[in-house]
Write a protein that binds this ligand. Structure first.
Ligand SMILES: *Cc1c(COP(=O)(O)O)cnc(C)c1O
Length: 356
């Protein structure tokens, strides 16, 4: 499929952010967006056009039944000036897994990778260079058919928008305080926990907001059946360092298969650190902490890459992890992963996909 292009004249393009050190997360968008429509049983009309609000019927199914999915990945500026993405094909593969679960027609990941590169060729100069910043890529699909009967939509819009971003948490790479949520659930067996659906995020808002009002940055989600097994931290996977081994929840179907998680497991093993993917009870976490075996906790995800946890609050008790700072294993894994992403360390695993 040929990608049609309707580009803004240079004089009509926006000014880039003046101070890259002050970038937030997702407040500024670039000048152009990629779009593609689904109707008559196929994806068609791929195009790159100016970023602007779009028209949607008030009866569009996404607005009523939340039939929508998304992805999140980043483009980094390497020291030699080249634009690099981190394992984008994994994101596009997962995009289809999400589509399948939400009864959305699948897309061609090879075509979408090409389309993404084409968009980045036009918009790549928006990629910030300040340490910790990047160009965030957000592919999304929404159900656009105007129809109120409950069934999968027959029409969709796929779009990819780009946003220059700074660190996900204003704290940056610094320990965050986490509230262990033992009432609300993020995901249940047979539900949406393993995919990136807007609906899963909607589910998490109230509990997260409650925790924020108590001064916590994020939640630790426990499993929905027993409220005992640790699953994720906010919208990140979670790792515990117990007796110098990394323990992370296995992919049970209620945990999202993070690409950062899987990359980190590989990196850890390469560094000679043992990794256990298994169910982990909150009781075991508490015990390991009391006995001094639990030394580090961190979340992993594209947005923050690695986010150290300094404190867990469980049943009104504040549990400081280690000395409350960034632990040595957390730091080592962060340096290695971020080093590869930003091109300061060699990409020995074929994870970097250059735009050109
Ligand atoms: C996106 C996401 C993650 C992290 O996945 P990455 O591929 O590492 O970005 C973890 N948990 C949830 C719920 C997510 O939506």
């Amino acid at each position: 499929m040929d990608i049609q292009k309707k580009l803004l004249p240079k004089s009509h393009r926006k000014e880039h952010p003046r101070d890259e050190s002050k970038l937030g997360f997702g407040d500024i968008y670039t000048d152009h967006i990629f779009k593609m429509d689904y109707y008559d049983g196929k994806w068609q009309n791929p195009r790159i056009e100016p970023f602007s609000p779009f028209q949607l019927s008030p009866a569009a199914m996404v607005l009523h039944y939340s039939q929508t999915i998304f992805e999140g990945l980043k483009c980094y500026r390497h020291p030699d000036g080249r634009l690099a993405m981190f394992r984008p094909s994994e994101n596009l593969k997962r995009f289809n897994q999400s589509a399948q679960r939400m009864a959305i027609p699948l897309t061609d990941p090879v075509f979408l990778l090409d389309a993404l590169k084409e968009l980045l060729r036009i918009e790549g100069d928006w990629t910030p260079t300040h340490p910790g910043s990047s160009l965030y890529i957000r592919p999304t699909i929404i159900a656009t058919e105007p129809h109120l009967g409950v069934r999968p939509s027959r029409e969709y819009l796929l779009f990819i928008l780009l946003a220059p971003v700074g660190p996900y948490y204003p704290e940056g790479f610094a320990p965050v305080k986490i509230y262990v949520e033992s009432f609300y659930s993020r995901s249940a067996p047979g539900g949406l926990g393993a995919i990136k659906a807007g609906a899963s995020y909607a589910t998490s808002l109230l509990a997260t907001d409650n925790a924020a009002k108590k001064g916590f940055t994020q939640l630790l989600w426990l499993d929905a059946c027993h409220h005992r097994y640790v699953e994720e931290v906010g919208s990140m996977n979670i790792c515990f360092v117990i007796e110098n081994k990394i323990v992370t929840s296995n992919l049970t179907g209620t945990v999202l298969p993070g690409i950062t998680r899987s990359s980190l497991i590989t990196v850890a093993k390469d560094l000679g650190i043992e990794v256990q993917e298994r169910p982990l009870e909150i009781g075991e976490v508490l015990e390991a902490r009391s006995s001094g075996k639990l030394t580090e906790v961190f979340g992993t995800g594209t947005a923050a890459v690695i986010s150290p946890v300094g404190l867990l609050s469980y049943n009104d008790e504040d549990l400081v992890i280690g000395d409350g700072g960034v632990g040595p294993i957390t730091q080592k894994l962060y340096d290695e992963l971020v080093g590869v992403q930003y091109g300061h360390k060699p990409d020995t695993r074929g994870w970097i996909e250059f735009v050109d």
